[in-house]
Design a protein around this ligand. Structure first.
Ligand code: PHE
Ligand code: NA
Length: 500
C-alpha cells in the first residue's frame, strides 16, 4: 500500500507554512542592506519588477509542479519525466547543505537572546563575536569544539527533530501557524521601539531617500532579482514539497500572490526597524548612517549589540531582535528539512518517524561537527555564498529549461493552476516562465560566475573556496545525479495531461 504522505489540513495552514519558509533571516538582515545599496527609495522599481516578473511566476511554477504531481521534489520530477528525477535530488542535496549551517546561525541567535541581558560583548561586540564567543583564528583550521555553540546547536537540532517527527500538519504546519503571528508581534514591537529611538528618522531618511541614478546600474537590477529568488524560497524544492500537501481543489494561484506580498511586506517592515536602529547607532556614536550600515552576521552580531548597549531598554530591544531571528529562521529550517524527509519517504516508502530520524540524526551530527568548531564561521560564510549562486540559482535555471523546453509542460501547468482559481494563468505566465525568467537567471549566473572566478570571495585561500564553496555546490549536483539512479516503483503521473 502507498504511504500516507501527510497533508496540510486547509489552505490557511499551507499559506502560513509557505510564509514561514519565505520569511527568514534574509528578510531581516539581508533585504534592508540590499535596498539601501540599490538606490533606497528608487529600489522599489527593480524590486517590484523582480517580484512580478520572476519571483511570483517562479513560485507559481513550483506550486504547479508539486500540486499537480503530488510528490516530493524527486518524485514530482520523476513523474513529469523519468530522466528529470535528478533535478529533484539535486534540490534535496542543496537543502541538506543549507540546513547544516542554518542551524548554527539559529544557535548563535539563541545565545544572543541571553547576551542581551548581560551585554556579554562589553564595548567591543566584534572582538567578542569572533574571539570570546566563536573563538575563530584567522587562517587556522581547528576542529576544537566551542561549547557555547555546541550546546545550543544540540538543543536546536533536538527541537527540530521533534517538530519534524510530528509530521506535515502537526509539526511543520502547526509550527508556522504559531510562530508566524508571534514573530509579527515581536518584530512589530521592535519596530515601534526602534522608531522611538533618537536618530531613527535619519536612519529612515537614508534608507528611503531615492537615488534614481542607481536604476541605470545593471548590478542593482541583478541584486533585486537575487534578493527575490532567495527571499521567496523558490526553485529548490521547498514550494514543490509544500504544494504536494495541499488539497486538489485549493486556489494555488491566489495563494502565491498572498505569500509573495506577505514576504515583501515583512521585508519592508524589517527595513523600517533595522534602519531606525541604525539611525540611532549613528547618532549615538557621532557617525554618519553610511558608516554604520551593515548586513548579515555583521548587522546582527556586531551592529545590533552596539545598539542594544546604548539604547534605552536595550535588553528588551535585544530580546525582540534575536527572538525574531530565531522564530523566522526556525520555520525556514523546518521547510528545508521537509524537502529531504519528504523525498526519502516517497522513495523508500518509509514511515514519518523512521524517515525523520534517518535523515535528521546524521545531519545533526554533521552539522554540529562542522559548525560548532573554531573554524565553523569561515566554512559557513563560504558555503552560504556558493550554494546560493551555484546551487539554488543554477538548479532553478535547469528546472525551468527542463520543464519549459525539454518536456514543454508550462501551458499544461497553466491549465492545471487555473482550474480552481479566479485568477487565470494565461499566455503572460507561460511567456514569463519559458523565456523571460530563464534568460534573466542565466545572465545573473554568468555575471556571478565571472565574479567568483576572478575575485576570490572575501580573499579566502583557494583551497578553502575549492572545498567548501565549489566543492559543496558541485557535490550537491553529483549527489543529485547519483541518487536518481535507483528506479522508482511508482512514477506514473497522477493526472494524465489532457493534450498527450
Ligand atoms: N527565504 C528565506 C529568507 O528570506 C531563506 C531560506 C533559505 C529559507 C533557505 C529556506 C531555505 O530568509
Ligand atoms: Na524571505
Amino acid at each position: 500500500a502507498p504511504i500516507d504522505r501527510g497533508r496540510f489540513s486547509n489552505k490557511t495552514v499551507f499559506i502560513m507554512a509557505a510564509i514561514g519558509s519565505a520569511v527568514g533571516l534574509g528578510n531581516i538582515w539581508r533585504f534592508p542592506y540590499v535596498a539601501y545599496e540599490g538606490g533606497g527609495g528608487a529600489f522599489i522599481l527593480p524590486y517590484l519588477v523582480a517580484l512580478l516578473v520572476a519571483g511570483i511566476p517562479l513560485l507559481l511554477l513550483d506550486y504547479a509542479i508539486g500540486h499537480s504531481q503530488r510528490g516530493s521534489a524527486p518524485l514530482s520530477f520523476a513523474r513529469l519525466h523519468r530522466r528529470l528525477e535528478f533535478i529533484g535530488w539535486w534540490q534535496v542535496a542543496i537543502c541538506v547543505v543549507i540546513a547544516l549551517y542554518y542551524a548554527a546561525i539559529l544557535a548563535w541567535s539563541t545565545q544572543y537572546i541571553g547576551f542581551s541581558f548581560t551585554q556579554a560583548w562589553g564595548d567591543d561586540p566584534e572582538a567578542f563575536l569572533f574571539g570570546d564567543f566563536l573563538q575563530t583564528e584567522a587562517g587556522v583550521v581547528s576542529l576544537e569544539f566551542v561549547p557555547a555553540v555546541l550546546i545550543p546547536m544540540a538543543i536546536i537540532w533536538l527541537v527540530t527533530i521533534v517538530v519534524m517527527a510530528l509530521g506535515v500538519q502537526k509539526g511543520v504546519g502547526a509550527t508556522s501557524v504559531i510562530f508566524i503571528p508571534v514573530l509579527l508581534i515581536a518584530f512589530g514591537a521592535l519596530v515601534v521601539q526602534a522608531l522611538m529611538l533618537p536618530g531613527a528618522i535619519d536612519g529612515l531618511q537614508s534608507l528611503f531617500a531615492p537615488n534614481w541614478a542607481a536604476l541605470l546600474d545593471p548590478a542593482v537590477w541583478a541584486s533585486a532579482f537575487g534578493q527575490i529568488f532567495f527571499s521567496l524560497s523558490v526553485g529548490f524544492g521547498i514550494m514543490i514539497t509544500y504544494a504536494s500537501y495541499v488539497g486538489r481543489k485549493v486556489d494555488m494561484t491566489g495563494s502565491a500572490f498572498v505569500v509573495g506580498f506577505a514576504n515583501s511586506g515583512f521585508e519592508l517592515l524589517a527595513g523600517i526597524g533595522v534602519f531606525s536602529a541604525l539611525g540611532f547607532l549613528a547618532q549615538a556614536s557621532g557617525a554618519a548612517v553610511a558608516d554604520v550600515v551593515s548586513a548579515g552576521i555583521g548587522l546582527a552580531f556586531v551592529a545590533f549589540p552596539a545598539i542594544i548597549s546604548q539604547a534605552p531598554f536595550g535588553a528588551l530591544l535585544g530580546v525582540l531582535f534575536f527572538a525574531s531571528l530565531v522564530l523566522a529562521g526556525f520555520t525556514s529550517l523546518v521547510s528545508i528539512l521537509e524537502v529531504v524527509i519528504s523525498a526519502v519517504r516517497d522513495k523508500l516508502e518509509m514511515g514519518r518517524v523512521a524517515a525523520t530520524l534517518a535523515v535528521t540524526v546524521p545531519m545533526a551530527i554533521v552539522s554540529i561537527l562542522l559548525f560548532s568548531t573554531r573554524s565553523g564561521v569561515i566554512v559557513l560564510d563560504i558555503a552560504d555564498y556558493f550554494i546560493n549562486r551555484f546551487g539554488i540559482l543554477l538548479v532553478a535555471l535547469v528546472a525551468m529549461i527542463a520543464v519549459g523546453w525539454g518536456i514543454r509542460r508550462v501551458p499544461w501547468f497553466a491549465e492545471h493552476m487555473s482550474r480552481f482559481s479566479s485568477i487565470r494563468l494565461g499566455r503572460w505566465w507561460v511567456v514569463l516562465v519559458t523565456f523571460v525568467t530563464p534568460v534573466l537567471i542565466a545572465l545573473m549566473l554568468v555575471q556571478e560566475a565571472v565574479t567568483a572566478i576572478t575575485v576570490p570571495y572575501e580573499g579566502y585561500p583557494a583551497w578553502m573556496l575549492g572545498v567548501f564553496g565549489w566543492g559543496a555546490a558541485g557535490a550537491a549536483l553529483v549527489a543529485g545525479v547519483l541518487l536518481a539512479i535507483p528506479k522508482w516503483k511508482q512514477t506514473t503521473p497522477l493526472e494524465a495531461p489532457p493534450h498527450d
